[in-house]
Design a protein around this ligand. Sequence first.
Ligand SMILES: [Zn+2]
Length: 280
Amino acid sequence: MIVLYSDVLAWLRARAKPASAGEAPLFSDAELDRYARHIYLREIGGAGQARLKRAKVLVIGAGGLGAPVLQYLGAAGVGQIGVIDDDLVENSNLQRQVIHADARIGTPKALSAADAMRAQNPFINVTPYVDRFAGDLARQLVAESDIIFDGSDNFDTRYLANDLCVAAGKPLVSGALSQWEGQLSIFDPAHGTPCYACVFPDRPAPELAPSCAAAGVLGPLPGIVGSMMAAEGVKLITGAGVPLMGKMLIFDAAFGQSRQMVLRPRVGCPVCGGKGLDAT
Ligand SMILES: [Zn+2]
């Protein structure tokens, strides 16, 4: 058994070898063992796992959607993860936000999430920001990140994240929830997709888009949709599969059904110009 394990490690080391001889190994044996199920995947392999380790991402919100995005990106070995949220953990969050513990009620969500992620995977760097996603900090965090995940719960943040990502040419993995239904897409006009404002040019009236607090939400639904957002992130970083670019996936938990919609850039979009694929 020991021989077999050392053989596996040797094989993993070979699959995840540094780019040039003399360079320090990127992964310790414990990391190779931890990420073996990724390294075995032909579409990810050692090169993909190395890309995950070198990636720097930002997750906006450590609530319903942000929590599973954070948990799975952290477990998957994304090397640098920023999380920004100015809310505190509340008792009523814990029906669905499983990254937070009962003992954390009253503490900042960003700190609670970062602690949970470090406890789960000590091989990653997590930087929490107990702050609103706004102003110069928001601009700086987007500029520093390769990919931005929007797990926020309000339209001000969604439109700001879109504005900043379009301006910086960064992909935005966006998700949203309503009661029994969730949706996600990757907005990346720099690579031919529409932006968030192309698809949602106007803010819905508050009575048409009630918050989870007002309308209710199925407990496992954020876990499903947030995990899909994390999967899209892994695909973007590693180049595996076909990311949800220019398409929206809609999942209806009440009927166990999913469907995809094709999204098109909107001519005259004030944020991205609506060029997208139609202009290329
Ligand atoms: Zn647009």
